[in-house]
Design a protein around this ligand. Sequence first.
Ligand SMILES: [Zn+2]
Length: 369
Amino acid sequence: MDKAQRAFLERFLGTISPSGFETEAAAVWLEEARFADRTWVDLHGNAFAALNERGSPRVMLAGHMDEIGLMVSHVTDGGYLHVRPIGGWDAQVLPGQRVWVRTKKGRVLGVVGRKPVHLLDDEAKRTVVKIEDLWIDIGAGSKADALRQVEIGDPVVLAQGPERLGDDLLLARGVDDRIGAFVALEALRLLKKLKPKAAVFAVATVQEEIGIRGARTSAYGLDPTVGIAIDVCHTTDTPGTEGEKKKLGEISLGKGPVLARGPNINPKLFDLLVDTAKKGKIPYQIEAAPGATGTDANAMQLNRAGMATALVSIPNRYMHSPCEVVSLRDVANAAKLIAQAVARLDGTTDLVPGERGMAPRKAARRAKT
Ligand SMILES: [Zn+2]
């Protein structure tokens, strides 16, 4: 990854973009997407960058640019803010954190308050923290003072910017899944040089964290036949994850992007990705996904009359915490793998599951005889 790409990634990760409030992230992504033939934003807020729009097949590369966050729901008489979660939080990571409230006038700094340990009774020390028991202190003297600075419905994120960790790792909040939206655009950038026969659309989708919503509207609008979702997945390379290997397999940082296999994945598209990785000597890992994945790939596969979908994941430690960690090598390899695989698609590529080159009706007739 060169300096300019890293700078874009860090700028992108530095934005505040909880579900429903992705405009800051979209602006950075679209500015970077100026190399594309065309860029636009739809009514839902999904951001698009297109290459070779008249090509065939139509391919959607999607990563969701929203992150989990909080939302101001109530201001106390003393000027403290109560919040509700946007997406799935482990509330244990919140107490003592600095936060930014994104207001119409800019960022307001705050801190997530909780009773000091000295004042907690034994019961409270043992009990799991609930978001409704926490508050945000923005230093306001009164309710009126607080409401001069923030409004009900303002989004909140943890005040953490991206940082490097070791030689190859990146540490940031909201890596899930701006890293996916980053990979989608980097794959498009690589594809520009590879002159694809396919029409390729990189999409930074919205509102995945609250129920996979932006992938639905963007896929419907684009009507592609092939789609690759890029998201993050758990690793089993940290202490305490030994038992998770039974379910998640052996997934480590730095050992390559993870290709999901299962009903949510078109088998031929999966084979194409594996074959491309082998030919290009790109490292990869495989995860079993025996049902619908909790990613944009699910909404994409069920779009209109169906889409041949794949899921490429970036291994991610400490998901949904302020310190999500990924390997930059995995990120670069994911973009490379996707670009090289998409470059192999053309108008004659048959992704209908089953015997090659056969429409389902013809295959069924032949099966009878
Ligand atoms: Zn997530």
